[in-house]
Write a protein that binds this ligand. Structure first.
Ligand code: ZN
Length: 247
């Protein structure tokens, strides 16, 4: 850990009142949720198609049963719990430093950690609805079902997760843009900004920018502070400094 950078991050946070955190898969890897885009050898023995194909609207429509086989195995982690990054962000919101978390993750771990204002750009595995009658179902309902999960009305239960080829929820985009426009500090964490629309959100932002990511991002040249360390460890190191400065 670079202590100089941790001190700089603590300075920026303790001066902020409307910070926004923009996060991706890297935020949840320390909770044991792997990035589904990083495919391993085991993956190729089991699946003929890349995850981007399986998680598409077309695939869901045409090969619904295979979609759910992948979805249950690769996208649902009922035992995962929030890590130091999730907990720190919830605490920063409580302290009046952080205005909102904008996430590309669908695991609900920010809310589980206590964050109240969470904007889920890609939906959530915790919410599921019958495509026919709209009845709501839990993640456990989907996990417990076999084959294609069905509603009592006979309709297919679809996770409220934005699939490839589907558009992002409009209200979530609108809220994200609004929070970023009002932000005095933006922290981008655990995302390489490769997935739409992350890069475009960040590109319009003109304020103080911190990027915490283990690999380079297209916004690195714009960052006031660049930290290439695991995000949970970074927040674990910075929080005692922020708390001390706010007292
Ligand atoms: Zn139904």
């Amino acid at each position: 850990m670079d202590l100089e950078k941790i001190r700089s991050l603590a300075d920026l946070l303790s001066q902020s009142h409307r910070a926004v955190f923009f996060g991706g898969a890297g935020v949840s890897t320390e909770s044991g949720i792997p990035d589904f885009r990083s495919t391993d050898g085991l993956y190729h023995q089991q699946w003929d198609d890349p995850p981007e194909t399986i998680l598409s609207h077309t695939y869901f429509q045409r090969r619904t049963e295979d979609f759910f086989r992948f979805y249950r195995q690769k996208m649902l982690f009922p035992l995962a719990s929030p890590n130091a990054a999730h907990r720190a962000l919830a605490q920063l919101e409580d302290m009046g430093i952080l205005a909102a978390v904008i996430t590309q993750n669908i695991d609900g771990l920010h809310q589980a950690a206590g964050s109240k204002r969470v904007i889920e750009l890609h939906g959530s595995v915790l919410r599921n609805h019958c495509m026919q009658c709209g009845e709501a179902y839990t993640m456990q309902d989907v996990l417990r079902s076999k084959g294609i999960p069905r509603c009592h009305c006979g309709g297919v239960i679809k996770p409220d997760v934005v699939l490839y080829e589907e558009s992002l929820p409009f209200d979530a985009i609108e809220q994200a843009v609004s929070f970023i426009a009002q932000a005095d500090l933006m922290i981008i964490g655990g995302t390489s900004l490769a997935v739409y629309p992350a890069a475009s959100f960040a590109a319009d932002y003109r304020g103080q920018l911190v990027i915490i990511n283990r690999s380079p991002t297209p916004m690195d040249h714009r960052a006031d502070l660049l930290i290439d360390q695991p995000i949970g460890e970074t927040f674990k190191a910075v929080m005692p400094l922020v708390t001390a400065r706010k007292q």
